[in-house]
Design a protein around this ligand. Sequence first.
Ligand SMILES: NC(=O)c1ccc[n+]([C@@H]2O[C@H](COP(=O)([O-])OP(=O)(O)OC[C@H]3O[C@@H](n4cnc5c(N)ncnc54)[C@H](O)[C@@H]3O)[C@@H](O)[C@H]2O)c1
Length: 253
Amino acid sequence: MINLKDKSAIVTGGARGIGKGIALKLGSLGANLVIADLNEDSINSCVTELKGLGYKAIGVKCDVSKEEDAVNLIDSCQKEYGKVDILVNNAGITKDTLLMRMKKEQWDAVISVNLTGTFNCTHAAIKYMLKQRSGAIVNLSSISGENGNIGQTNYSASKAGVIGFTKACALELASRGIRVNAIAPGFIATEMTAAIPENIRNGMVNAIPLKRAGVPEDIANAVAFLSSDSSSFITGHILDVNGGGFLPGIGGA
Ligand SMILES: NC(=O)c1ccc[n+]([C@@H]2O[C@H](COP(=O)([O-])OP(=O)(O)OC[C@H]3O[C@@H](n4cnc5c(N)ncnc54)[C@H](O)[C@@H]3O)[C@@H](O)[C@H]2O)c1
């Protein structure tokens, strides 16, 4: 049985979608939560919901692509709960278009949130985790980072970068009791994937061997495992949560 009682857990992009699903799951297992997101109203409504369920939660407005925001986020967790046990680097964006049409700004935006944001938060968190000699970090990669995907050169590169970052961090931090793993989701029904045209979306779901779209809980269950002592001998691992995967090059997040 996974138990996160009294563990502090930061979830970036935690106000909606997969991040909110992760917060709900970790809270249900006893974790004290820090919800980081861009928009104050959505943070507040998420924190109110979590508190209504009896979980401890605070919200921090944070753009993970900004180093000072990431530092403030991690410091807020330390200040509130006295430690930084779990960091879930979930915040992510897409700016899909074919490479021949991609503007430099679309490339930069995706890399700076998905990859640099993961670096910023991890870099700030290990300051405390190294002192504690413990910690669990779970990064959100993607099937697109493993397989590549048409229309997602920026996103695929950022999520492949997250895989390399995860593996290198795991090696550097293992001797200090800090584990670093990643999850590579396939198609998960959230606002991010709702932006994909319906006919393409249906084709993607049909191509999944388990014949359904994933839901945020599918990812949350995997995050709960990787952030708990139940996975204490696992680090540097990339866990596919994708219903059996689907063919590359037909769209995805
Ligand atoms: N939905 C999928 O099919 C899928 C598949 C593979 C990977 N993922 C990854 O899972 C993660 C969550 O995806 P989702 O589907 O829930 O997306 P979503 O768009 O529904 O939610 C993302 C959340 O991150 C927040 N966010 C965006 N930029 C941010 C920033 N700079 N700083 C802080 N917060 C920021 C958003 O405000 C939002 O609340 C992302 O990293 C995404 O790339 C999703």
